[in-house]
Write a protein that binds this ligand. Structure first.
Ligand code: ADP
Ligand code: ZN
Ligand code: MG
Length: 469
């Protein structure tokens, strides 16, 4: 029998605000433990939460981009559980009346339903030391989170990967989150079940946690689907349970079963009034939504006549897309700019683990360098050597070329001098060429290049060498 997978994702995203969701504490990451806490986020008796307006603004922005309907009067609930990282012994979250519902995201032309988007506060962080001590840092307690839950509309691990990539790109375009997975500002739980192809009813799902990259989500889902199929094929049944992804062993392991699932005893948060997002405010937030990745991709394909692959790569990241567009303003050959960005620039950034916005290369630098290549001042090959220097120093290409003496030699007399030297030093190759072995020319040109450190203009060298021989 053939089986198909059904996948639904729950993604937690930390919103990019200066202060926490219900108090005035700072949201800085990486500062000393418990330095960003106050009676509210530490859950002292008698304190009252006050909702951060910026949190709602960012969340609404996202729900609009995800085509959701905003609930006119949504409520907060207490989700009760006891754990040392949660000083109040409850988390303020949303339950049956979330901020927004019924949205969708187009992933590679397939509509993936967004069931709901809700607001909640993060818990603190436990640190278990080598010595066996457990420490707690409450800085993260009360950080603003949104949870985005999809319909079970995803069918393959790859599609889940694409959904997350697209979602992340939207979050970055909207500037609602840093989406830094290492710092935990984006986390995803994956729900998956299998069913015989053609069956409408859903199978029993498992939920996989603890993946720290989108690729890990994809791998964990592939593993889990295979595991479930094997269980069913051997006559077994899938237990509804939560499983953990073990990155090293590349397997999922059981964490807790449905019977052990928490009863959170949700009840309405009595210290917060219902949240009303007015039509007027919604409209105002809407005007702050920039061109989103899919629209930009389409415009790059049509407006700059780029292949869809180029458009996809260039628009995955807003600062990269801006970099591309700004470069073409100074150097209006889009495909050429795209080629250099996709190979040389992205290669360098990946190696240095930098975003284009953090690098010293500017659009004017790149445009200027491409001009220098066009005008024959330097060769493309030299250009590839100049680029890393710009990244390192932030100097202009002209400056670097001057300093390093990299200007291309186009002066025939100068090249002829080098040709003479090459001919004297390589009598055998010259002889071969003269007796009809024409490929030897390439070798001789190569020797000229070597002596000039790649600076001799190749076309002129070729021509002069043939004339001389
Ligand atoms: P729970 O109550 O366990 O949290 P929900 O109904 O809230 O379950 O769904 C959580 C996530 O799991 C959603 O993304 C949903 O699309 C997905 N999901 C629900 N049922 C299934 C299923 N049978 N197979 C795969 N995913 C599912
Ligand atoms: Zn606080
Ligand atoms: Mg749920």
């Amino acid at each position: 029998m053939d089986y198909e997978a059904v996948i639904g994702l729950e993604t937690h995203v930390q919103l990019k605000t200066n202060s926490k969701i219900f108090c005035g504490c700072s949201t800085n990451f990486g500062v000393s433990p418990n330095s960003q806490t106050c009676p509210v986020c530490l859950g002292f008796p008698g304190v009252l939460p006050v909702l951060n307006k910026k949190v709602v603004e960012l969340a609404v922005k996202l729900t609009l981009a995800l085509n959701c309907r905003i609930t006119p009067n949504c409520k907060f609930h207490r989700k009760n559980y006891f754990y040392p990282d949660l000083p109040k012994a409850y988390q303020i979250s949303q339950y049956d009346e979330p901020l927004a519902i019924d949205g969708y995201l187009d992933v590679e032309a397939v509509k993936i339903g967004i069931t709901r988007v809700h607001l909640e506060e993060d818990a603190g962080k436990l640190i278990h030391t080598q010595e066996g001590d457990s420490l707690v840092d409450y800085n993260r307690c009360g950080m603003p989170l949104i949870e985005i839950v999809t319909e079970p509309d995803l069918k393959t691990p790859h599609q889940a990967y694409e959904y997350l990539t697209d979602l992340k790109s939207i979050l970055e375009y909207l500037e609602v989150s840093d989406c830094n997975m290492e710092e935990g500002s984006l986390r995803c739980d994956a729900n998956v079940s299998i069913r015989p192809v053609g069956q409408v009813e859903l199978g029993t799902k498992t939920e996989v946690k603890n993946m720290n990259s989108f690729k890990a989500v994809e791998r964990a889902l592939s593993y889990e689907i295979e595991r479930q199929i094997k269980v069913v094929q051997q006559g077994g049944q899938i237990n509804q349970e939560t499983r953990l992804w073990d990155e090293k062993k590349e397997i999922t392991i059981p964490m807790r079963s449905k019977e052990e699932a928490h009863d959170y005893r949700y009840f309405p948060e009595p210290d917060l009034v219902p949240l009303e997002v007015s039509q007027e405010w919604t409209e105002e937030i809407k005007t702050g939504i920039p061109e989103l990745p899919q629209a930009k991709r389409q415009r790059f394909i049509e407006g700059y006549e780029l292949p869809s692959y180029d458009a996809e790569v260039l628009t995955a990241n807003k600062s990269l897309a801006n970099f591309f567009e700004n470069t073409t303003k100074f150097y209006p050959k889009p495909k050429m700019v795209s080629n250099w960005i996709m190979t040389e620039v992205l290669g360098y950034l990946a190696e240095a683990n930098l975003d284009i916005s953090q690098s010293k290369l500017t659009p004017t630098h790149l445009a200027e360098m491409l001009e220098l290549i066009d005008s024959g001042t330097i060769s493309g090959k030299i250009g590839k050597e100049v680029l890393p220097e710009i990244f390192k120093t932030g100097k202009s290409p002209a400056e670097i070329i001057q300093e390093k003496g990299l200007v291309q030699i186009t002066d025939g007399d100068e090249i002829v001098k080098v040709i003479e030297q090459v001919i004297t030093e390589n009598p055998k190759a010259v002889e071969e060429y003269k007796t009809g072995k024409k490929e030897t020319l390439g070798f001789l040109v190569g020797q000229v290049m070597k002596l000039t450190k790649g600076k001799a203009n190749p076309q002129i060298t070729n021509k002069l060498l043939q004339e001389r021989l």
